[in-house]
Ligand binder design. Sequence first.
Ligand code: NAD
Length: 472
Amino acid sequence: MAAVNIPTFQATALEAIPKLASAARGQFRTHKTKKLQWRQVQLRKLYWALEDYKPQLVAALASDLRKSEFEALLTEVDWVKKDCLWMLDHLEKFVKDDKLDSSAVPMTFSLMNFRIRKEPIGTALIIGPYNYPIQLLLCPLVGAIAAGCTAVLKPSELTPACAMVVKEMIEKRLDSGCFSVVNGAIPETNALMNEKWDKIFFTGSAQVGTIIAKKAAETLTPVVLELGGKNPAFITKNCGNLAIAARRLLWGKTQNNGQVCMSQNYVLIDKSLVQTFIEYLKIAYKDMFPEGAKASKDISRIVNKRHFQRIKKMLDDTKGKIVMGGEVDEDELYIEPTAVLVDSVKDSMMEEESFGPVFAIYPVNTLDEALNIANLVHRTPLSLYTFGNKAENERVLNEMTSGGATINDSFFHGSVNTVPFGGVGDSGWGAYRGKASFDTFTHFRTIAETPSWAEKLIRVRYMPYDFKALNL
Ligand code: NAD
């Protein structure tokens, strides 16, 4: 790909932030965003902007995360384009009022007309994380546009190249004033949080999510929180194909070098399978990285020194045994896909969300023990993976909750653009993707209409009350 110019990172001036928020609110009040055609045009513009800015976006992702072009296209640029196309295919149907037929209302009210109008919730603030700086900022935007909202976006400052390309792309290509991008870190986010929003869509850590939710509560602003968690994988004695389980779980840790909210933090595996599982992991590693992961052009780097140190500390502090990988190189911000055999929930590998290419393998005697441990580590993770027989997989789903789950693989509950994705409990509130993206930014407004001709028939409601007329 030809060399492209990426603007140097520049934080948005604090005094400009209230003006951008006010412009987005003002544009919403013009009511133009309520028109279906306007929304369709914006979605098409976003689609073509992504197509036209592909070289800059790919270069920015390489610069910020050393993300490969393959992943940059598949999991970022084309991912959002797919959301645009799917939404364009369905939007006309979504925006229509839902009419309630007589079976949906009690007899008493059947003389009235009921419908549910789909109204844009207003002006949204969308705050993104660093790991998928395009996808996780712009997929919520697809929902906001589809619903007829205006929005201000706040990309992560940890991926500065992406933040600058997104700012230029959105502000040049979408309806000016309706959509803008504020770049910066905590001061800029705080300035944004001092503005009034109709919805805040936050993707990031539980720690920052708590700050956002508390601040939003002061103005009764609804929030969607897409947070992380310590995701378990279960491998039972009856796992159908251990080699495939090993390969798929390793794959989950190699995508974006494990900087994925959905990837497994630890694998609870029947004791009898541990050694074979480790052998299969090593075989899968060798297949994916014949020269070692560091030499591969495909694997990303850790976003910065702070996160590198955080993950390295988990490896330094573990009392467990590294059974695969373990290489780290601070100069290159490289951490090798690494598996650590542990035997305590207090181990550093179990206590934190790894959000990197490292994971724990925890041997267990029974599925009961596995479920107890998993529920102890994190009762409501974002994701869960189970590799057992049918009955065992159902039991895992039944006895442990999670935002989403995949049976016999990694990630797929969150990889399909037509189904809702979100956390539960402390891994998040609310969902998006598919129709859920539209719903998230929509107010479902029930409208009742009473025909005048029905007056006689519904006179019973007026005082003086007449019990006999009620016919109870
Ligand atoms: P983060 O919470 O550190 O940052 C997210 C955003 O919040 C950034 O835009 C950042 O500028 C802003 N921010 C940071 N500190 C702030 C503060 N004190 N006040 C106000 N704003 C602040 O998250 P991250 O490190 O970018 O992302 C990693 C986390 O996000 C992990 O926990 C991961 O599991 C989670 N995550 C969740 C999902 C999901 O869809 N559920 C997706 C990706 C990442």
